[in-house]
Structure formats: structure tokens, C-alpha cells
Write a protein that binds this ligand. Structure first.
Ligand code: SAM
Length: 457
């Protein structure tokens, strides 16, 4: 995009250099040197009351008189000072931008708008690109949004925008930044997955089964309960795959009730039922059906990656656990599948700060059977902790972050400074992007408040 760009660079410097105006309708101008850079004996002459510069004038006497007649020479009252040429901004044709831009400084370590995201770009740079390539009201899409500079620039110059990033640190950094920029229209944050089920029914049942068991973190294991086939276990509980290739009807409440009549007396609290979204009865709105003491969880599969299933393995999107991974390009398919992690914390409150110790961490979807074998109490799956030391309206505002790798080096401990009566919100993010929120109020950990949105990969 940058390669094909031309624009008047003058526009960029206008505010700084073109500061004079004679109010004669010609607009702003700047003053330029009228002396010759090299010695030119034929240009050494006294002009009006002004003595010749040491190396002579830049123009001949005739040209100087013409310029003067056109009001283009600034003549100081003090004749020991030099006259200067008026260069009008509106007459500046600008110059084609080349591929080396040096007039916009990078965001340096002292910059006031620096937000600490690696590779943060200057807003002025994005404003220039957007000014040159879009009109007010256009929609600007940045698929690798990082700290959200494109969105900030778009807002400032009246463009609409869509910013996309797979990294949670990037997303929350951009959100906080945009919340602190008052100009521009309101915006929404979406945790988007991929939704497309048209190809699903073309998938052979065996492939579907393997894919979805993997997708929902189930362990494949063929067994039956009261003659009903089960395909595996999820966190120890049975997983049944709706036999969409063997029945004409779609899965509805009657199917779950019939299933319950057959297996209900032999199962514990949870049974998972995997079903293609396209084979769910349209009236089946609920995701959890409670019958007796058993909860039947419907795991619907709306994913667009089915087509690619035969070509590559399913892979969860991963989150960076160190600063140098933040800008890694990610080649994976993500899902809007909520799977809360679990965390065991100790909190020690001191005046104005709280010290948090992460004793153990279980990533979302971890099979409890695997928990005992985890190294380092599962904390290696903790990608980062995001912190808002003053949580309240309008929601979580990222103020600081701690990467897993850094936490490991400091014995899984960190401190948060806060005002005495402040509520501290911590967001624990596992390596697959699942989030767990914890609130600390007056030195005590509280369960996630009901009003806090809870998001996963
Ligand atoms: C170089 S940074 C962008 C920096 C941005 N220009 C700024 O001013 O902060 C690249 C971003 O791309 C994101 N990214 C990498 N692979 C991605 C993918 N497949 N989909 C969406 N975002 C991705 C990373 O999380 C990272 O935040």
C-alpha cells in the first residue's frame, strides 16, 4: 500500500514552518534564504538599501526586482539584516513520497502516547496513510491491529474502523487505548469465532467424531452405557456423539429425554452431547438440559474449518507468554468456545498494594485425570495476567500485564499497587486464550462478579 502512495509532504510540515501571513489572501508562507550558497561574483551587488551578501545574491537584480514587485520579498526595516523570499504554502506542489519516511519519529521510550506494546506505530504515520488512501466515513480494516494505532488514527480523522487481533494483550491494550481517546464514535468489542456449517454434513462420521473430540478436549474412548454408544470422556464425564448419519430427525429435547431415560441412572452429574449445529432442531435454544441430577451439555459444532480438516490438524490459537512472542504471526484456526481455567491464589494485602501468589493453574479444558501429572502445578499454561487496579465502570481497563515467563522467574508472585478502596480485577489468560477473572476487594478474593463479562478463546 505504501509503495503506491503520493501526497504533498508540505501538508505535514505546514503547521510547523508556514507561520507567516500578510492577510493579503495568499495564505501562509515561510521565509527562505535569498543568498547564494556558492561565491558568484556577478550576483554581488547592493540591492535597494541592502549590501551584497558575502557570496552574492541567489537571483539577478532583475529577478529580485520582479519578486519584490510581486510582494514576494520580506524586507526588514533594519538594513543590516537580510531580505528573505516568501514561499507560500498554497503554491507548494509537494513532493512524491518515497519509500523512506523520516519526518515522523518512531514512538520513543519517552513519548507520552507510548503504551508499551512492542512495535507500536506512531498515530501520525497511520493518519498519513489513511488520509492518503481513504475518505472521511470510509471503513478501515486492520487485521493485525496490535495496540490499535490504526483504529485510534481512523477515529481521529473521522473514518470508521474494524480492528482484529488474535492476541488478548493486543485486544485489551487497544480497548483501553480507545476508551481513553474521547474523539470518535462509540465502539464494541467482539470475541469472534468462526461460524460456517455448510460443509459439516459432508464430513464422514468417523472424521467428524475425531475432529470434534479433539476440538472439545475429550479423550477418545469407545464404550457404552446401557447400550448407548459413547465416544470418549471429557473431564472424566461421558461424551456421546449424536448419530446424525443414522437418524433422519434432528436433535431435540425429546432425544435428550430419551437418552436420559436410558442412561440417567448410570451417569453422574454431566454428560456431553456433541452435535453438528446444522442437525440441531431450530427450537433447541438451550445449551444445557437438566434432567434429575444430570446436566446434558450440548456441544454444537459450527466451524468453518471443516473443509480444511482433511488437510491439517486442528490447532487451538495460542497466546504469547513472553514479550518477544507478542508479535508472532499466528497460523491457526480459533473457536469461540468457552472453557474456564482454574486458579489457586493467595493474596497478601499491605497498605496500598496487594501481593498475589499463583499456587496452581489449570488451563481451560484440562482433563482432571491429567492434572496430577502437570509440571509446576500447571502454571506453565498461564500465558499472562492482565490487571486493572481500579476496576469499575465502564468495565475492565488494562493497566498492567505480567507474562507467564516473567512470573515464573519471580516465583509466580506479583504486586498490584492500588488506591485504598479500589477493586482490583485480574484476568488470567491461558495459553489458548481462555480467560478467568478474579476480583480483589479490600484484600479478599471474590468470585467473578456477575456483571463481569467472561470470555474465552
Ligand atoms: C506488528 S503487530 C501490529 C502492531 C500495530 N501496528 C501497532 O501499532 O501496535 C502484529 C499483531 O498481529 C497479531 N497477529 C499475529 N497473527 C495473527 C493472526 N493470525 N490473526 C490476527 N492477529 C494476528 C499479533 O498478535 C500482533 O499483535
Amino acid at each position: 500500500m505504501v509503495g503506491g502512495l503520493t501526497l504533498g509532504l508540505g501538508a505535514v510540515v505546514a503547521g510547523k514552518k508556514y507561520v507567516h501571513d500578510d492577510d493579503d489572501g495568499r495564505g501562509k508562507y515561510r521565509l527562505d534564504n535569498l543568498t547564494s550558497p556558492n561565491p558568484r561574483p556577478n550576483m554581488m551587488y547592493e540591492w535597494q538599501v541592502y549590501p551584497s551578501p558575502e557570496k552574492g545574491w541567489r537571483y539577478s537584480r532583475v529577478t529580485m526586482d520582479e519578486l519584490d514587485g510581486d510582494g514576494r520579498i520580506d524586507k526588514p526595516a533594519d538594513k543590516t539584516k537580510r531580505p528573505q523570499l516568501k514561499r507560500y504554502f498554497d503554491e507548494n506542489e509537494g513532493q512524491a513520497v518515497d519509500d523512506m519516511w523520516t519526518d515522523i519519529p518512531p514512538v520513543n521510550s519517552q513519548a507520552t502516547d507510548r503504551i508499551g506494546y512492542p512495535t507500536q506505530k506512531p498515530v501520525a504515520l497511520l493518519e498519513r496513510i489513511l488520509n492518503a488512501s481513504t475518505n472521511a466515513g470510509d471503513v478501515v480494516l486492520d487485521c493485525f491491529a496490535g495496540s490499535g494505532t490504526t483504529a485510534v488514527a481512523a477515529r481521529a480523522i473521522d473514518r470508521r474502523w474494524i480492528a482484529v487481533d488474535c492476541g488478548k494483550l493486543a485486544m485489551y491494550t487497544a480497548q483501553r487505548r480507545l476508551l481513553s481517546v474521547t474523539a470518535g464514535a462509540p465502539f464494541d468489542v467482539c470475541h469472534a469465532g468462526l461460524y460456517d456449517n455448510t460443509l459439516l454434513e459432508q464430513l464422514p462420521p468417523a472424521g467428524f467424531r475425531a475432529f470434534t473430540l479433539d476440538l472439545f478436549g475429550c479423550k477418545p474412548e469407545a464404550f457404552s452405557i446401557a447400550g448407548v454408544p459413547m465416544a470418549g470422556r471429557r473431564k472424566g464425564d461421558p461424551v456421546h456423539v449424536f448419530p446424525f448419519d443414522q437418524v433422519d430427525a434432528d436433535l431435540d429435547e425429546t432425544y435428550i429425554e430419551t437418552l436420559h431415560q436410558r442412561i440417567g441412572s448410570q451417569v453422574d452429574q454431566a454428560v456431553y452431547v456433541i452435535v453438528p449445529e446444522a442437525r440441531c432442531d431450530p427450537g433447541m435454544f438451550q445449551d444445557i438440559v437438566e434432567l434429575g441430577s444430570t446436566r446434558y451439555f450440548l456441544l454444537r459444532v459450527p466451524y468453518s474449518v471443516i473443509e480444511l480438516l482433511h488437510e491439517r490438524d486442528f490447532q487451538l490459537t495460542s497466546q504469547p507468554s513472553a514479550l518477544d512472542q507478542v508479535n508472532d504471526a499466528l497460523d491457526a484456526y480459533g473457536f469461540d468456545f468457552i472453557d474456564l481455567p482454574e486458579v489457586d491464589l493467595d493474596v497478601h494485602s499491605q497498605e496500598g498494594k496487594v501481593r498475589v501468589v499463583v499456587n496452581a493453574f489449570h488451563r481451560g479444558g484440562l482433563d482432571p485425570d491429567d492434572a496430577a501429572e502437570l509440571d509446576d502445578a500447571g502454571r506453565g499454561d498461564l500465558a499472562m495476567v492482565l490487571v486493572d487496579p481500579n476496576y469499575g465502570e465502564p468495565g475492565f481497563r488494562l493497566a498492567e500485564h505480567h507474562f507467564g515467563e516473567a512470573l515464573k522467574k519471580q516465583d509466580w508472585t506479583f504486586e498490584v499497587a492500588h488506591a485504598d478502596d479500589a477493586t482490583v480485577m485480574l484476568v488470567f489468560i491461558d495459553v489458548f486464550g481462555n480467560e478467568l477473572r478474579r476480583v480483589i476487594r479490600q484484600g479478599t478474593i471474590e468470585a467473578q462478579p456477575a456483571d463481569a463479562d467472561e470470555v474465552a478463546a
